[in-house]
Design a protein around this ligand. Structure first.
Ligand code: NAP
Length: 287
């Protein structure tokens, strides 16, 4: 494999950034990787795990000479990180990200690019509920989708290079408009996380004659709520940044739950069977 990137800077060497670096190194697509972050301990983990060749707690210094910068910090921090590094970017540098919300990030980051540098928005549809460099692994993206969100301002060559890199990780790459991305992911990702957090919150607070009801949970509860163990800071940022679309999704869900409640309250067995059957058919249809 020919080297495609001489110097890749990863800002936020956690699950997403660390896994991208590992996959590209394994593919032989990058010559050197500099890992950038706030805490020394996580960066030292990244260095000792062979994710990076160098580490830096100074983003401005770290991105100097990079031909590509990948940003994988919580979404609300992405535009401010880009604003901070913009004056230090080398001519021709491509800046891309892995944030779970796209419209606001793409709009703000495109506007922050110095002349000759290019921003490409991205979102790999892969993850776990674990965080940090130590949670990353090279095969995370294999067989998963990666969505790129170009606009009319996106440089076609930069888009193509970012797409080729993601394909090297084993991901299936597709493109869509940033706002469309945010509406889809409000429904299929941000709403389920909100519901999982709300469910565990409610059950954790439930008082059944002083019993700790969580101690009785089994497979179903655990499967359904695994994602409520995800990093709260990451999900706070996603909820705030995709607020409008998420509120719409929560309203749709609330209406559905209210309808279910109504059928239970009315003792409407036929209505309940119909409700559960429709949901089961949708669920069974997911490949
Ligand atoms: P992570 O494992 O917690 O990694 C985030 C990294 O960013 C950490 O290494 C953290 O290190 C650094 N960081 C945190 N806040 C920062 C800030 N304000 N400024 C600079 N660095 C900061 O999280 P992740 O799961 O990789 O998620 C990273 C991004 O990927 C997020 O934008 C998320 O929306 C997106 N994403 C996540 C998933 C998923 O399932 N996890 C899937 C797709 C996309 P320090 O604290 O040491 O700085």
């Amino acid at each position: 494999m020919t080297v495609m990137i001489d110097r890749l800077a990863i800002i936020g060497v956690g699950l997403i950034g660390g896994s991208l670096a590992r996959a590209l190194r394994e593919a032989g697509a990058v010559k050197s990787v500099v890992g950038i972050g706030r805490s020394r301990a996580n960066l030292e983990d990244a260095l000792s795990l062979g994710i990076c060749d160098e580490i830096s707690q100074d983003a401005v210094q770290g991105v100097r000479g990079a031909d590509m910068v990948f940003i994988s910090v919580p979404v609300c921090a992405i535009p401010s990180v880009v604003g901070e590094i913009a004056p230090a970017l080398s001519p021709g540098c491509i800046v891309t990200d892995g944030g779970s919300v796209k419209a606001a990030i793409v709009r703000e980051c495109e506007a922050l690019m110095p002349p000759g540098c290019h921003f490409v928005g991205g979102h790999p549809i892969a993850g776990t509920e674990h965080s940090g460099a130590a949670a990353s692994f090279a095969t995370l993206y294999r067989g998963k989708r990666c969505i790129l969100t170009p606009t009319e301002r996106t440089d076609p060559a930069a888009l193509e290079l970012v797409a080729r890199l993601w394909r090297l990780t084993g991901a299936d790459v597709c493109s869509m408009e940033p706002g469309h991305h945010d509406r889809i992911f409000a429904e299929i990702s941000h709403l389920p996380h909100a519901v999982a957090y709300a469910l565990v919150h409610a059950v954790g607070m439930a008082d059944v004659e002083g019993e700790n009801v969580l101690s009785y949970t089994a497979g179903g509860f655990r499967d359904f709520t695994r994602i409520a163990s995800s990093d709260p800071a990451m999900w706070r940022d996603i909820a705030l940044m995709n607020r409008e679309a998420l509120l719409k999704s929560i309203d749709g869900f609330s209406a559905s739950l209210a309808e279910l409640r109504r059928r239970i309250d009315a003792g409407d067995g036929v209505g309940l069977s119909e409700f559960f059957t429709i949901a089961k058919q949708f669920r069974d249809g997911i490949l």
